[in-house]
Every structure is written in C-alpha cells, then in structure tokens.
Design a protein around this ligand. Sequence first.
Ligand code: BES
Ligand code: ZN
Length: 953
Amino acid sequence: MRCSTHFMTGLSIWMCVMLSIVPAAVVPSDGIGEVLDGPWDNIRLPENIKAKAYKLSLNIDWEHMNYTGTQEVTMDVTGEDTKYFLIHTVGLVIDKEATTLHKLGGKTDEELTVKRTFMDTEKKPELRHDFYVVESEETVAAGSYKMKISFAGKVQTEKLTGMYRSKYARTLQDGSTEMIYQVSTDFEPVDARSAFPCFDEPAQKANWTTDITVTFPAGIDINEYNIISNMPLKEALTRENQIISGSFMESVPMSTYLVCFAVSDFLYKEDVLTRGDGSQVTMRVYARREDEFQESASYALNVTSKIIEEYEKFYKVPYPLPKLDQIALPEFNSGAMENWGIITYRESSLLYNPTTSSTAEKQRVCSVIAHEAAHQWFGNIVTMAWWNDLWLNEGFASFVEYYGIDAAEPSWNILDFFYPDEMTTAMNFDSSPSSHPISVQVSSPEELSGLFDTISYRKGSSINWMMMKFMGDDTFAKGLAQYIDDFQYGNAAMVDLFNSLNKVADVNVTKVMLTWTLQMGFPYVTTSLDNTTFPGSTIISLKQERFIVGEAKPDDISEYGYEWHIPFCYRYKVKNGAVKTSGIHWIWSDDDTSKTVTVNETIEWIKGNVDGNFYYLVNYGADNLAALATALENKELDGATDKTSLIYDVFRLAETGHVAYDKALDMTKYATAEKEYVVLSRILSEVLSAGDGVKTNETAYGNLWKYVAKMLKPRVDDMGWDPKNESEPITAPKMRDMALRNYCKAVQNETDTTVKEALAKYTEFVADPGTKKSEIKDVFTTVMRTAIIYDDKNNTNWQAMWDLLQKSDWEADQKIYIAALARTKNQTVLRKMIDDSFDENAKAGTWRYLYYVSYHGDHYDLAWELLQDKWDDYAIKYNTTSFTMGYLVEIPEVFDTQAKYDEVAAFFKKKEYNIGTGLKTVEETLSKIKANIKWKDDHYEDVASWFTKLTFE
Ligand code: BES
Ligand code: ZN
C-alpha cells in the first residue's frame, strides 16, 4: 500500500509510518500536516459548546464610523472533548495574536495555550460558514471556559444591516440643512456576527453585559446624544472630552439576534406601567428631536401600555425587563425589529401624528407595535430552536398581534380583519406549486432570510387561528400560556408547542397539525346535498382534495399524500326556516371514502367553513351555489366574513375550473347593494383581477371599468369626502378611500363631479400643504392618485407633487406620493424618476419607486425593462436583506405569455449569482407567470365574453 500523506490526519500518518498497513485515512490535510477537515465544515455550531455569558465592549469613532471592541465569552463544554472553539464572525478584523482561552473553575483561571487561530475560509476558501476557529494546544474536557477576542470593524454606511449608520437632513433656522446621523443595529437573522464575534444561533442563549463608548469629533454637542441598549444603564452615561460612555445591566438569557443598541440625539416621551403588585416597567418612545416628531410619539406610548398589560394577562408571564424602549429610525431595513427591551422601527411604523396622519397610518402603527410586543414573549422568552421553525416566532406574533390591537383599540373590531388580511393572503401564496411547508430545512444565510415570507407569517398565523377555533378560544389561550411556561428562557421546536397544547386539548393536536405544517398547500372540500334518499333529512357528503393552481412539480410528494385532518363546519338554511350553524365534524385523512353527515332537516343550502375560520376552500354543487347567490342578494347569508370567504372560494375554484367563471362573476352583481367594507373590497379585487386578464380586449376592458364605477357609485354617494361624525367605525374611512379612489379611476372622465372634487382638493392642498393636509388625511391617497391620473400634458400636478416629495420629512406621505407619481402615463417622466431614485437622498428607499411603477397595468413592460437595466445596482443595495429583493424579483410576475416566461427565466438564470435573498421568489414569480398563461388559455374567452355582454343604461 502506498503511503500518501495527502489525505491523512496526523494520527494516521503516524500509524502509516509505524505499521505501514493502515487503509487510506479519512481526514485530509494540506500536505504539510495542516488539518483541512473539521467542525467548521458543518454550517451549524458544534453541539458540545454552549455560550453562557458575554461581556461585550465597543469603542465607536463617530467621525470615521468605525470601531474597536473586545468580546469575552464564557461557555460550557459538554460531551465530547475538543480542541476547537468555533465562534461566528464575518467582515471583522480580528487581532489573532490577542485571542486568549482560559479554563474556569479552579482557584485561579488557568490560561490555555492557543495553538493557532484561523478563519474557516483559510482551510477551504469556498466555505462561507463565518467561523473563526481557536485551536487549543491541548484537548480540553468538559467544563467552563472563557475566550477573549479583540477586533475592529466598520459601521455599515451602505447597508442597513448589522451595526449601521442611518441619517436624515435636518432643516436649520436659516433654511439650510445639516445631516444628522444615528448608529444602531439590526441583526435578525444572522448579522450579529458582522458586528462582533458571537455564537450566532438562536438556541445559544446567554446573559449579555455591554459597555459602549462613543468618541465624537469636535463641533458636536455630546450632551444631546444618548445610548440605549436592551437593558437599562447601570448608572448615568459619563460625558467628557467629546466622549460618552456607559455600561448596561446584565440581560436575561437571550439569543444573539435580539442584541441591540442605538446611539442618537433623539428625545423621548415616557410613561410608566405600574402593575397591581407595585412593580413597574418604564416605557419610552424615542424619535427625532423636532417638534412634529415628538408630538407624533404619544400615540405609540399610549397603546404600548395597553398592549403589554393585555399580553401579561394572556400569557400569564410578566414582561420580564424593567424597561421597554421603542425607537423610530429614519432609515430601517424592514418595518420593525423586536430586539428585547429596545424595539426598532422605521418611522412610519411607530409615529402617528394626530393632526395629519390617516386612520390607515394609525392602524399600521398599532399593529406593528402589537406584533413586536407579542415577540417579547413569542420569540424572546421562548425562541424557536432553529430557523426552520421561524413560524413559531412570526406566525405567532402575526396571530397574537390581533389580540394586542383589540385591547388597545376595541372599537376597531380588528378580529373581523383576520380572515381577509391573513387567511386569503396566505392561501393565495400557498396554492402555488412553488409554495413550501411551514416547517422547512434551511441553512445558508440567504435561505434563512428568504424564510421571512407569507408562509411563516400568514400561514403561520392562519393555522394558529384554526387551532384556536377547533380547540376553543379559552383552551387555546390556556395552552399557549402553558407553552410559554414550559419553555421560558429556552428554545422550542414545533412538536414542543403541540405537546404543550395537548396538555389542555381534547383532540390530538399533534396528529391534526402535522398534516398542516409538514405539507404545503391546503385542501378544498367538495360538498353535496341529498334531500331525497330520506325525505325530511339531508345527507351531506364531504370529500377532500388538494387545491393547487397549476401543475404540482414532479418531485412533489408528501408523506400524508396531500390529505389533511380537516375540522369541517357549516352554516345551513332549513327549508322555509332559519339559518343555523353546525358543530365540528372531523374529516380525517384516513377516512377512505367520502364522509357523510346526516341532518334531520331538509336543507336548502349550506355554506361551509363558518366565518372562514379554517384554512381550506369549500366547493358546492350547482344548485347549492345558485341558492347561495340568492342568499347573498336577499341577505340570508349576512355575516361579513362568511360572505367574503364564499366569494373568495368561488373565485379560486373558478380559476381552477371547478366552478364556471360566469357563475362566479354573476355573484358580484349584487355588489351595488353591499355595504360591508371587507366584502366589497374582496369583490372589487376579484373583479379587477379577472378584468386584468382580459385587458387586451378593448370592449371587455372598457366594460370592466364601467362595471366598477357602477358598483362603487352608491358607496361614493353615501360616504362623501368627509367623515360624518367623530365616532365612525374604522371601516368608514377604509370604505371611503377605497370607493372614491377606484371610482375616480374607473369613470375615466375628468368632468365627473367626484373627479372634479378630487382635483380641486389637490389644487387647494398644493397651495397650502401645511394646513390642508389635515382636512384630507383619510382621502389623501385618492386625491394624490386622481391628480396624477388626470394630469395635464405638461405634467403640472406631477411636478408639484415631486417637489412636495423632496420636501417631505414624513415617510408615510412619501410612500403615498411615490405610489401616485408612479401612475403617470408619461414614460419619459417615469424613466427619469427611476434614475433619480438612485440618488443618495432619495426618499423612502430606492427600490420602492420601481416597485410602485410595476403595479400599473400600463407599465408592466417598462418596469421589467428598467429592472433588467438596473439589476446590478439594485442587487448591490439589497441582495442581503430580507424582504426587498423578493419585491423586486416579483415585478415580472404579471406577464402571461410563454415568450415572456422564457425571457424572465433566462434573465434570472443569468443573474443567479447575485439574486441573494430573492432566490426563492424567482421560482414563485415563474410559477405565477405559468399560472397566468394557463388562466388565459382556460378562461380568457369566458371572462371577456362576460364583460362584453354587460349592458349599462
Ligand atoms: N422579526 C421581524 C423583523 C425581521 C424581518 C427581521 C425580516 C429579519 C428579517 C419583525 O418582527 C417583523 O416581522 N416585522 C414586520 C412588521 C410586522 C408588523 C409584520 C416587518 O418588518 O415588516
Ligand atoms: Zn415579527
């Protein structure tokens, strides 16, 4: 046998020399004895080392936006002996010589000899596991150890992740502007490692003690600056010689992605929550120091206390920290981030100006706060063991937030919005062949970021709602409190949750729920009624099938065979009698033939899935469907959510050929009489999306808009432009904005009275935006968009709005301006706008301009052309962050020809190397185009003919 040292460890080389008989060894080296393989080959940290505590010290140079630091981590080694200590770090300069290791526990800590230190990439350049490896001379046994690392890094100024700089232009008294900077952090999922070395996995919970020092250049008034972090300061900041410095109290055990600090000159508003037992939580909302920002912080403060009090009751575990800060940052990557004790927001998610902000902004602020506050329990106290169960964080926060909002704003009846906002959005996404199960395998950072999607959030929240509805509201709440109690300060996996719920439930939650979490998609249940076999009784037959739009992928198999355990229930109308509600009948996936339920009454119709509580569709026979159409018209079926879910189901089944499209469209004819916002908005969106499919047919498309105008006219007339009184329900401003906005667009007539009113309001507003905004705050979107749709040849309104955008400090308004500006028909203007969106000072984020342009039917081609042209510029800015790249990749999903499909597929293939976090969305976009092509083949004729045949007096 030939002795080659090339693929051998030190030990095998020794054996080879001594005995010359050993087989080829398994661990390769680089030829000079350096081991190449090791625990760094695995993307996960070794299981035998657990971080216990960190002492982090950072020294930030404000002028140069860089820093030095030391990280001292105490850890426990268990199980297998080791000589490698792996810790995450990326993009930092580590002082390798200064890295030390100590064994703790003896009389004095014993310093261990560090044999060498290296990055995983020094072993294998292709590894991107972000490991810094510290190799000890001796193999160490189980026990406590301490590692100290000195490092230097740069504050990010190009990206909004890790430790980054944000900024805004402050207008001074003389009208000039000055840039004001903030330094803060945004780590989830894996950017903590870019700010300092740490064990950057969610199950590595440890106590953090942090010291932060900031050195400012001359000319900055350091007395205006403050530093906040997860915990309160031990004592007041010291301020001396342009240096401020502070030490924070030790945290509770927490995951690295929740560590946060922020340095700014912001001011705060404060409130103290005092509990029955006298204990207190100090709540602060930090924002820019200018008056209008400070005035806009009170609403957040006010709702936060109510929300926290509600959650303490709900979870039966108190908010564990002595304080809760919330800060509105001028530049922020997502909407908000739930860092423990210091929640960070983009400004439009936290600030609400009572004079000028809309009801929609108020609702946004309240729901984001409720969401992030929910994470203080679901996520922070109990954390998913690994990212594959991200839905245990996001799906729960997205569910619990409804109860937080309900506590803060009971008059909104927010629970009525669960079905239309969560369930339908989830099902739209989840019916695609490129969807994925809630629980998935993930490892690379891009894959992790791609997981923050509709499935984790909205399918997650929807199946929580479903569990609540089959277990019973109170039982479910009890089960969740049990879960928080079982796993507090620890980590949990999906089955842990189900086990906690099983302790209180009377169904086998695990058995039922695995069919919903381990397979993607959802079923539709076909119902049929038999009134003749036993006169006086009705036999209801129920059959489940997988619902999917398009073809399943060839390798798409599920261990449950795409069958589910389904809690079925229904409303039904007794012949010549009342409308009643059934209890739950389980359709088990192991029921082999179709299931039947017998009712001792003659039934005229049933409406399955009462109140849209469950995550499936219901299909009806022709007679039942006709009876339901009548029941909609004569208001026998009158619950808003029942009506919404009926319309939703019927259109999904029409798209997939289970219901005739004209029958579905016929069901919208009663809508002139529909006064419920959620129902009418569903109908409108179904009609618009069917209409979009026939936009190449002039008559049909023309009739679509006439139909929409006619449908909305009665609502335009009863809502008017102004609130009727102070106590309008929250659905009133929503209805008003929806009806006016779509009506003004649909009538396509600048002499229409409502359009003229909108244009007049725009003119008044432009003349005096400061005072006029408050008068049109709830119809602001309508007024801005109508002004652009009916703009003159010189783009006068557009120019005026562009100037307003440049002057605006208020992000929520900026978004509305950009969305309106994107509606101009003038493509030359749009091209220039997209160029300008790359300006360093562009408002509200570069990506948003193109995204909004892409929403406009006339500009599908333009948006796609510009996306391709500027792809690399967008990728540089966004391809490591979570949501944005997905939005950009989504742009061509509106196409419906094979030629476009090929073009889009070829483009993304070519760009595969820099799509980053948008990679998963490429597949979804392509599936969507395929589905559009199929829709056209299957339904174009029917739908075009339905619209063409419409008559209008
Ligand atoms: N944990 C997320 C923030 C986040 C998002 C981190 C993506 C990493 C990647 C936070 O709780 C969140 O979900 N924020 C939402 C707002 C919320 C109201 C749905 C957001 O940022 O849009
Ligand atoms: Zn969240």
